[in-house]
Write a protein that binds this ligand. Structure first.
Ligand code: UD1
Length: 313
C-alpha cells in the first residue's frame, strides 16, 4: 500500500484513518479528497504538512480520475452520512452516495487502483429483530441512506467480479470518538452526550433508554480498514465492523457520569420515530478473515473521547 487516498479524509472517520495511515511504514503518500461540506480542515491540522489535501467533489468523475493516478489503495469514506438528511433530500444524497461511489469505482478501474475499501453501514440490516447481525442475513434497508450504502456494497462486489478491482465493504456500526461533531442535528448520540456532560448539563434520552447499540471506537474502525486493505481473503467481501457487544443508552449515560464523577440524571423524551430498538454485530467473519479484534473497549474509548473534547475546548 504505497500511495493511498482517502475520500472524505477531512471527516470524523476519514481523518482518523489518515492519522492511522501516516503511521504505516509501507505508506509513502497519503492523499485526501474532500468537499468540506461536513469535513473540516481543522480535523487534519497537525498532520496537514504530511498529507496532500484536495478540495473536490466525488460527483465529479474527472476530479477522481486525475487524483487516482498512481494510487494503490482508495479508502472511500465520503458520503452524506445521515438517515434523516437522506429522507429530506433523497436526490442530493443519492447523487453523492450512489453516483459518487460509482465514480470512485470507475475511476479506480480506469486508473488501475488495486483496492477500494468502502464505508458501508449497519443501516443495511434495518429493523429485523434477530441479533447479532450476520452478513448473510437478508438486508432490510428502511431509508434512502440505507439503500445508498447497500447499492454501494453491490457495486463493489460487481466491480470485483466484472473488472477484478479488489473491493472490500465494511459495515460500520455506531462509531464514536474524537472529532465527531456534536452540534449537527444528525450527530451520533455519544458525541451529543459527551458535549452535554462537559457543559454540566443532562442529555435527553429518547424513550426509556433501554434501546442498545454496538458502539465502536473510531480507532478500531481504523484498524479494520488497515486490515481490509491488506488481507488476501477480503476482496469481493463484506464485513461487519462493530465490537460484537451492545450497551443501552441508560448504561452509556451512567458510565459517562461515573467517568466524569458527576451526578446528572438524564431526562427522558418520547421515542424517536423510526428508531431501531437493538443493534449488535456478529464479527466472527472479520475476526476469521481479517484478524480483526477491537482492542479499545467502550469505556476506554469514551474516556479518550472526553479527554479529547476537554483538551479541544
Ligand atoms: C446510527 C448511525 C446511522 C446508521 C445507523 C445504522 C450515527 C449518527 N448514525 O444510527 O448513520 O445508519 O446507526 O444502524 O452514527 N438518542 C438519544 N438522545 C439523543 C440522540 C440520540 O436518546 O440526543 C438515541 C436515539 O434515539 C437512538 C440512539 O440514541 O436510540 C442512537 O442514536 P444515533 O447515535 O443517532 O444512532 P443510530 O440511530 O443508531
Amino acid at each position: 500500500m504505497r500511495n493511498v487516498l482517502v475520500t472524505g479524509g477531512a471527516g470524523f472517520i476519514g481523518s482518523a484513518l489518515v492519522r492511522g495511515l501516516l503511521e504505516q511504514p509501507d505508506v509513502r503518500r497519503v492523499m485526501v479528497v474532500d468537499d468540506f461540506s461536513t469535513g473540516h480542515e481543522d480535523n487534519l491540522r497537525e498532520v496537514a504538512d504530511r498529507v496532500e489535501i484536495h478540495r473536490g467533489d466525488i460527483r465529479n468523475y474527472a476530479t477522481l480520475e486525475r487524483l487516482f493516478d498512481g494510487v494503490h489503495v482508495v479508502f472511500h469514506e465520503a458520503a452524506i452520512a445521515s438517515v434523516p438528511k437522506s429522507i429530506e433530500d433523497p436526490r442530493l444524497c443519492h447523487e453523492v452516495n450512489v453516483d459518487g461511489t460509482f465514480n470512485v469505482l470507475q475511476a479506480a478501474v480506469d486508473q488501475k487502483v488495486r483496492r477500494v475499501v468502502f464505508a458501508a453501514s449497519a443501516a443495511a440490516y434495518g429493523n429485523a429483530p434477530e441479533l447479532p447481525k450476520r452478513e448473510d442475513m437478508l438486508p432490510d434497508p428502511r431509508s434512502p441512506y440505507a439503500v445508498h450504502k447497500l447499492a454501494g456494497e453491490m457495486y463493489l462486489r460487481t466491480f470485483w467480479e466484472s473488472y477484478g478491482l479488489e473491493t472490500v465493504a465494511l459495515r460500520y456500526f455506531n462509531v464514536f470518538g474524537p472529532r465527531q461533531d456534536p452540534k449537527s442535528p444528525y450527530s451520533g448520540v455519544l458525541s451529543i452526550f459527551a458535549d452535554r456532560l462537559l457543559a454540566g448539563k443532562a442529555p435527553t434520552i429518547h424513550g426509556d433508554g433501554e434501546q442498545s447499540r454496538d458502539f465502536i471506537f473510531v480507532e478500531n474502525i481504523v484498524q479494520a480498514n488497515l486490515l481490509a486493505a491488506r488481507s488476501e481473503k477480503a476482496p469481493g467481501r463484506l464485513y461487519n465492523c462493530g465490537c460484537g457487544g451492545r450497551v443501552t443508552l441508560n448504561q452509556v449515560w451512567d458510565a459517562m457520569q461515573r467517568v466524569a464523577g458527576v451526578n446528572l440524571p438524564a431526562s427522558h423524551g418520547p421515542d424517536r420515530p423510526g428508531d431501531v430498538r437493538h443493534s449488535q454485530a456478529d464479527i466472527s467473519l472479520a475476526r476469521r478473515d481479517l484478524g480483526f479484534e477491537p482492542s479499545i473497549g467502550f469505556e476506554q474509548g469514551m474516556q479518550r473521547t472526553l479527554d479529547w473534547l476537554r483538551a479541544s475546548k
